[in-house]
Design a binder for this molecule. Structure first.
Ligand SMILES: Nc1ncnc2c1ncn2[C@@H]1O[C@H](COP(=O)(O)OP(=O)(O)OP(=O)(O)O)[C@@H](O)[C@H]1O
Length: 270
């Protein structure tokens, strides 16, 4: 018999809504949709980018997948399970590492935190933290505290900590948005390599088209809110590692940029 079950890391979204009621004194209020009727399937192991202008609802959608924000309609499943709360198979990497790192713990202690909570023996913990500290290029900085690190280094600690917990799905909300251009490029390369080595499902939110094109296998362009939806999904048929100067990448960038501009102007893209 044909097995039609989705992979446990596949995310299936059907007619997903997030609305809120704008209640004013003396009236019953009206319903406003942040996102409306989103349909999307992100396959297990895929690197999927959500691209959209500021305020369109990207973080809302990502936080719904994370289980931090509840839906007001439709369906959102990971594998066969409806998402109604956070789960250990999903981990979020935020734009600001500061709020997610413990300032009183060293780099190694921060990376090992989740493993310690799981009561993993010390030697095993150390082996795992060594691996991810090396992977994100922080070897030699294990004993430093967050206050002794640059913004890019803190972001690497956040990434190493998330990876050490081995979630199947990485949800990344503009994780490199606060970094300088050079550090950002290094982190993009590292993330792309980590994804290729680990085969995790990644959903990556950005409003930077070039970043989307360097990383994603598919790029979904969201319309401006309210009532935001996914207006188009682009395949990026270019292998990794990608060269930002490649003509095919630039061609696709121009195409997506004109779509993006049309969305911003509120026009329809042909
Ligand atoms: N609880 C809420 N009640 C009312 N409006 C909300 C609520 N949460 C978010 N919004 C609105 O929903 C819209 C989408 O917000 P969201 O943070 O998801 O956008 P975004 O695309 O991630 O933006 P950015 O790129 O600037 O981070 C915004 O206009 C925001 O003001």
């Amino acid at each position: 018999m044909l097995n039609t079950s989705p992979s446990p890391n596949t995310i299936t979204i059907e007619r997903l809504n997030k609305s809120y009621s704008d209640v004013k004194p003396g009236s019953s209020g009206s319903l406003h949709y942040i996102i409306k009727d989103i349909d999307l399937v992100v396959k297990g192991g895929e690197f999927f980018v959500l691209l959209g202008p500021s305020g369109c609802g990207k973080s809302t959608l990502l936080n719904m997948i994370a289980g931090f924000v509840s839906k007001t309609g439709g369906s959102l499943r990971v594998g066969n399970d409806e998402v109604d709360k956070p789960g250990k198979e999903r981990a979020v990497v935020f734009q600001q590492a500061d709020s997610s790192l413990f300032p009183w713990l060293t780099v190694r202690q921060n990376v090992e935190f989740g493993l310690k909570m799981k009561k993993m023996p010390k030697d095993q913990r150390q082996e795992i933290s060594d691996r991810y500290i090396r992977l994100v290029g922080l070897f030699g900085h294990e004993s430093k505290f967050p206050r002794e690190l640059s913004g890019g280094m803190k972001q690497r600690v956040q990434l190493a900590r998330v990876l050490a917990n081995d979630p199947a799905i990485l949800l990344m909300d503009e994780p490199f948005g606060a970094l300088d251009a050079m550090t950002r490029r290094i982190m993009q390369k590292e993330l792309s390599q980590i994804w290729r080595e680990t085969g995790k499902t990644v959903i990556f939110v950005t409003h930077d088209i070039q970043e989307a094109l360097l990383l994603g296998q598919r790029i979904a362009v969201m319309s401006t809110g309210p009532n935001a939806r996914i207006s188009s999904i682009y395949q990026v048929p270019i292998g990794y590692p990608r060269d930002p100067a490649s003509p095919s990448l630039n061609e696709l960038q121009r195409h997506i940029q004109s779509h993006f501009d049309a969305e911003l102007e509120g026009g329809m893209y042909p």
